[in-house]
Design a protein around this ligand. Structure first.
Ligand code: IMP
Length: 426
């Protein structure tokens, strides 16, 4: 019997999912991305090289792994081709890549509309990655999007012309730059030729793989607190990042995911706008940013930094049914005398440990901290859990006790080899 495991970002993204997915993919037959698009940036370090993936699942460096871009994704065909070619240039064949015929295409007009939406929001902007993600999902829900099956069909030029007529009206109304049909249709037809051999019915493929007992890894993008339903709306991404999104984004069915591994950064980061109760707008925050190289993989924006937020994490564990935790970037906290961890929020004189629906309310929540003893030892080359300094273990076990969720992996650096396994789960 094969195993299926979801690797999920439990915070506001950038928890180190790429590294862990790549690490686990050695035992996988298939790695599947199920939501988002090239707003994601998954960094993978091995053999002295650093690779940044945006659309392609992090199993692509293993030749035996099939990589699937499933139906829940929005895919920019140009960005896709560029990424495949980059990987090939780096010496990897990138042969086993499959795209769902139901995935939606992200066009240039989505990017222009993302820019215009953000501009029109002024100081209330979301702080998107400007990759067109929101407008592409909006079109999908409004039933005016285009699926891959249509993109690669002979009908494409006609369908695209009709679509662009509507979208250009919207762009012009907003004072933007309309997209030239003749110019873009030519490029898109070439891109469709490139992509066509990879487009298949991934629902059937995934179902068959499950029946045949293959090992399946699902790779979440962004983080659960950016989920369109459960995140701090409206400062969220436009997809269901949570474990429920895996079901809808792949067609695996509710019983198709055996375990859910929540990737949890040892502290907190966020890119873009929105409430962030434990944010450190001070030297400590700057230190975490520099040590953790906390700059966006896609946009290179400096990430906002802060301390671990347990109310937010417990919420994430509940909405995702997280069965295990992998704690990442623990090495970044080395050298602190005390490590603060937020256990509750204070809101209007009351202590709460749940995440309010309103971003406005969350902004008013004041973190209440527990202060754990820090450590000074370099942990980046430690190979076993028992060899970690006592205070690191106490930090890990505090999180475990507070969340009621076992921490099965501890990551102590960006390289694949800097991963401590406490319990094999895949
Ligand atoms: P969008 O996904 O580009 O629409 O951006 C919406 C929000 O999600 C913004 O705050 C982005 O900074 C954030 N976001 C999107 N993708 C990622 C990611 O991969 N990591 C962290 N934040 C992200």
């Amino acid at each position: 019997m094969g195993k299926s495991l979801l690797v999920l970002g439990s915070q506001w993204g950038d928890e180190g999912k790429g590294k862990i997915t790549n690490f686990l993919s050695e035992k996988a037959d298939i790695v599947i991305r199920y939501q988002g698009g090239n707003n994601a940036g998954h960094t993978i370090v091995f053999g002295g090289h650093k690779y940044a993936l945006r659309l392609i699942p992090s199993g692509v460096f293993n030749e035996n792994v099939k990589c699937v871009l499933a139906n829940g994704m929005v895919i920019n065909p140009r960005a896709f081709k560029e990424e495949v070619e980059e990987i090939r240039k780096a010496g990897f064949p990138a042969k086993n890549i499959y795209i769902s015929d139901r995935a939606h295409v992200l066009f240039d007009h989505h990017i222009e509309l993302d820019r215009l939406n953000e501009e029109s929001l002024g100081s209330k902007k979301i702080g998107t990655t400007k990759r067109g993600i929101g407008p592409a999902y909006a079109d999908k829900i409004s039933r005016v999007g285009m699926r891959m099956c249509d993109f690669i069909s002979n009908e494409f030029p006609e369908l695209y012309k009709n679509l662009l007529t509507i979208k250009n009206k919207q762009i012009i109304d907003m004072g933007g730059n309309p997209i030239d049909y003749d110019k873009t249709v030519k490029e898109y037809l070439e891109l469709a030729d490139y992509i066509r051999p990879m487009v298949i019915d991934t629902v059937a493929m995934i179902g068959k793989a499950r029946k045949e007992g293959k090992n399946i890894l699902f790779e979440g993008a962004q983080g659960a607190l950016l989920d369109v339903d459960f995140g701090s709306y409206p400062y969220v991404t436009s997809s269901n990042v949570t474990s429920g999104g895996t079901v809808d984004g792949t067609g695996i069915g509710c019983h198709g995911i055996d375990d859910i591994l929540g990737i949890v950064k040892a502290y907190e980061t966020r890119v873009g706008e929105g409430a962030f109760p434990t944010e450190q707008l001070n030297e400590v925050g700057d230190l975490i940013r520099e040590r953790g190289h906390e700059y966006g993989t896609v946009t290179h924006r400096p990430r906002r930094t802060g301390f671990l937020d347990l109310p937010a994490l417990k919420y994430s564990i509940q909405i995702n049914s997280i069965s295990y935790i992998c704690l990442t970037l623990v090495d970044v906290l080395t050298g602190f005398d005390k490590v603060p961890v937020c256990t509750h929020y204070e809101y209007q004189g009351q202590l709460i440990d749940t995440l309010p629906a309103s971003d406005r309310v969350l902004r008013e929540c004041k973190p209440v901290y527990a202060y754990l003893d820090g450590w000074t030892e370099d942990i980046s080359n430690i190979k076993t859990y028992d060899a970690l300094p006592e205070n690191v273990r106490k930090y890990v076990e505090f999180i475990e006790k507070e969340t009621g969720t076992p921490v099965v992996m501890v990551s102590t650096g960006p390289d694949k080899n800097q991963t401590i396994i406490r319990e094999e789960i895949f």
